[in-house]
Design a protein around this ligand. Structure first.
Ligand code: TXA
Ligand code: MG
Length: 334
């Protein structure tokens, strides 16, 4: 199959909707990462997403809507806390879990009786959903296990020949996937941290962070969010988090770089020289750059990637959560 890449425009929205209406897959830009979209209510189309990504069948997909009127038919109940969060954070990088209505096929919800829904902030994503008139199931548009794509070129690298169209909306502004929450009464339970932070959510209720966000699940442990149990975001290189900053970090990395040619370093605010890469001084910049830098590591044939420990608050918690998985939980204490 030939994979076309079209810049976001009125015409590409129409082209994308035409393919999606015919049950095909289209990669679409969102503010978080690119999504591999299909009609969420079309079982066959959704099954094709799992095939294209090589994704485990029990890992449910997020259903994307373009306005509030699309939500009630998809769910059995909308808790008050969800209404308040939707009012404040939608459109935006927040996904909420609801009891699912029968209209959601089991393949979309990974066999669960709940469904994850989000209204993306990206104008391109919402224009495509609106043109379709149905909700879109869309996981990140990477091959399963690889870093999520934050640019159309990343999607092309993983999906060339597998899908007919990629809509290119430029680089993603957030850079890590949406925050995923479920509710326990009035308690907001964070299953996956993202651009909408625990601090922001705590203005609306008591917030609890799932232990799987920072801890490695035991082998057969049941996790609330199935995505948490899989190896993720990994380049071919071995990634290590280095728990040091400033001179200590610089000295440790300098030693490693000196003794091994295939080592690269991602440090906040370092000057770039083909071995050292700047992954930004703020958690927001680190979120934007992390996945692209992990892909870069593969491009240049690195075997080891040393990454400076990020902050663990605000958007930094999302960066830390993705890095832990990319690094298979390996942390070097200096
Ligand atoms: O920002 C995003 O959320 C991106 C863009 C494309 O919208 N999408 C995305 O989808 O990250 P994906 O499939 O890569 O991640 C979905 C996450 C997984 O960890 C999955 O297990 C969890 O959401 N999830 C989906 N439905 C769920 C449900 N009913 N209950 C618990 N977790 C769920
Ligand atoms: Mg993903």
């Amino acid at each position: 199959m030939f994979t076309r890449v079209e810049k976001y425009s009125r015409q590409s929205v129409i082209d994308a909707a035409e393919l999606l209406k015919a049950g095909k897959l289209v990669a679409i830009p969102t503010e978080t990462v690119y999504g591999l979209a299909a009609n969420a209510l079309n079982e066959k189309a959704v099954a094709d997403i799992f095939l294209a990504k090589g994704r485990p069948q029990d890992n449910p997909l997020i259903v994307h809507i373009s306005d509030m009127s699309m939500l009630p038919p998809l769910v059995c109940e909308i808790p008050d806390i969800a209404k308040r969060l939707a009012e404040r954070f939608w459109p935006g990088p927040l996904t909420m879990i609801f009891p699912k209505a029968d209209i959601i096929p089991n393949v979309t919800s990974g066999g669960l009786d709940t469904v994850a829904v989000r209204m993306p902030e990206s104008e391109a994503a919402r224009a495509i959903i609106k043109e379709c008139g149905f909700p879109l199931a869309a996981p990140s548009a990477n091959l399963s296990g690889k870093p999520s794509p934050t640019a159309a070129a990343h999607v092309f690298g993983d999906m060339n020949g597998k899908i007919p169209l990629i809509v290119d909306g430029g680089e993603c502004s957030v850079g890590v996937e949406s925050t995923v929450v479920c509710f326990k009464g009035d308690m907001i339970h964070i299953l996956r941290p993202g651009g909408i932070t625990a601090e922001m959510l705590s203005e609306y209720g008591k917030v609890e962070i799932d232990k799987a966000v920072t801890a490695q699940p035991e082998k057969d442990e049941k996790v609330l969010s199935p995505g948490m149990k899989y190896k993720h975001y990994s380049p071919k290189a071995d990634v290590y988090i280095v728990n040091a900053h400033g001179d200590k970090f610089a000295e440790y990395c300098a030693e490693r770089v000196k003794s091994d040619k295939k080592v690269i370093v991602l440090g906040s605010g370092v000057s770039e020289n083909g071995v050292y890469f700047d992954y930004g001084k703020t958690p927001e910049l680190q979120a934007q750059r992390l996945f692209a830098l992990l892909r870069k590591a593969d491009e240049i044939g690195a075997e080891t990637v040393l990454v400076e420990m990020p902050e663990q608050s605000g958007v930094g918690l999302a960066v830390y959560n993705r890095l832990l998985r990319a690094a298979a939980f390996r942390i070097i204490e200096v």
